[in-house]
Design a protein around this ligand. Structure first.
Ligand code: NAD
Ligand code: GLY
Length: 362
């Protein structure tokens, strides 16, 4: 069954379709390609799996495509790879009316979105996410960009897609480790704003790991619906949207501290969320048993719950690059209770050090 949600952003509103075998449904794309030409950006892993199917679907309704196939990996989410996209678009004379389609996970989605925001000062953009993480999070909401050696996602733009097609059939080829990484962002929605969903996840984790289509579809739709609500009221992260970064201040430090790609984004978010839960507990907000419950759910999703020992000072240094830093002060998304998050700069340094010390041990 196919389900449709809408991200409500006035003239920039768009639909998210979630369902099986959407790559074969040309009618979903047709209205967004009036000039019958697209450029598809993908990578060396996803291209052999899904590029031909998408190209054939487009061809069946008279749409021609140019494919740009990039190297695969977070370590390629760079300005050098972005230039490869611009090179291909220019060499193939892609025009302002030529939509860019991102076919792949969050790395492809973020880079293609930034290319779409900037090529010829902006061309239409369509997301076809093929990882769980990108279907529940990165393809929705218009955050696009690339990494910088000094910090993750440090260069980018808010640029909304015109359409998101989350084809759950593509998840059949996803490696187990990547499936788990996506579950980290799914659990996030339960923790920050949807306690009933958190309880559902506790009850259905096995079904998700077994890739039962009904469970996956439910989790993706519920996640996207949470994200669409948040983005609909705070597109540019001046308030509530920052809560979507639960675990990300610690997580981004882990990712860049370990070297991009060593820890998957979702893995770093999982360990980072346990750190945020620990810190929330030390501030007297959630109980030790709440922290244990959070740890247990990530463990059941086969995600790491112990952070790498980068050293307290190194963590502080890396976290100082966070986009939420304001007037030089770190700001953390923390849990007031399970299902209710807040953002605060009010964290005494000695308590932060306690968390950094405690969370690198089992
Ligand atoms: P990814 O894009 O690196 O994809 C993970 C791996 O799976 C890659 O090797 C990819 O080629 C492969 N893959 C993709 N689809 C596949 C399929 N169907 N079958 C088999 N293999 C497949 O990683 P990700 O977890 O999708 O995304 C992580 C990125 O998303 C990070 O760069 C993160 O910063 C970004 N992100 C962005 C936002 C946002 O709002 N823009 C939100 C969360 C994360
Ligand atoms: N992934 C966080 C956000 O989209 O705001």
């Amino acid at each position: 069954m196919k389900q449709k949600l809408t991200v409500g952003l006035q003239e920039r509103s768009y639909d998210i379709h979630v369902g099986a075998e959407l790559l074969g449904q040309a009618e979903l794309l047709l209205a967004h390609v009036p000039r019958k030409r697209v450029a598809i950006v993908t990578n060396t892993t996803v291209a052999p799996l899904y590029l031909e199917r998408l190209v054939n679907t487009l061809r069946s309704v008279g749409i021609s495509s140019t494919a740009v196939i990039l190297p695969d990996g977070e370590s390629y989410k760079t300005s050098a790879t972005l230039n490869l996209i611009y090179d291909a678009l220019l060499e193939n004379r892609c025009e302002r009316s030529t939509p860019l389609i991102a076919l792949g996970g969050g790395v492809i989605g973020d880079m293609t979105g930034f290319a779409a925001a900037t090529y010829l000062r902006g061309v239409p953009f369509i997301q076809i996410p093929t990882t769980l993480l990108s279907q529940v999070d990165s393809s929705v909401g218009g955050k696009t960009g690339i990494n910088h050696p000094l910090g993750k996602n440090m260069v980018g733009a808010f640029y909304q897609p015109q359409l998101v097609l989350a084809d759950i059939s593509t998840l059949n080829t996803l490696p187990d480790r990547e499936l788990s990484a996506g579950l980290a962002e799914v659990i996030k929605y339960g923790l920050i704003r949807d306690l009933p969903f958190l309880v559902w996840l506790e009850q259905n984790m096995q079904a998700l790991l077994a890739r039962e289509p009904a469970a996956l579809q439910y989790a993706i739709v519920r996640s996207c619906s949470n994200k669409a609500e948040v983005v609909g009221v705070d597109e540019r992260e001046s308030g509530e949207r920052a809560l979507l970064n639960l675990g990300h201040t610690f997580g981004h430090a882990i990712e860049s501290g370990m070297g991009y790609g060593v820890w998957l984004h979702g893995e770093a978010v999982a360990a980072g969320t346990v750190m945020a839960a620990d810190l929330s507990c030390r501030l007297g907000w959630i109980s030790a048993s709440d922290v244990a419950r959070v740890r247990e759910l990530f463990k059941r999703a086969k995600l790491p719950v112990t952070a790498p020992d980068l050293g307290g000072e190194r963590y502080l240094d890396l976290m100082g690059m966070d986009k939420k830093v304001e007037s030089g002060r770190l700001r953390f998304v923390l849990l007031k209770q399970l299902g209710d998050a807040v953002i605060t700069a009010d964290v005494p340094l000695h308590i932060l050090h306690e968390t950094l010390e405690a969370c690198v041990h089992e």
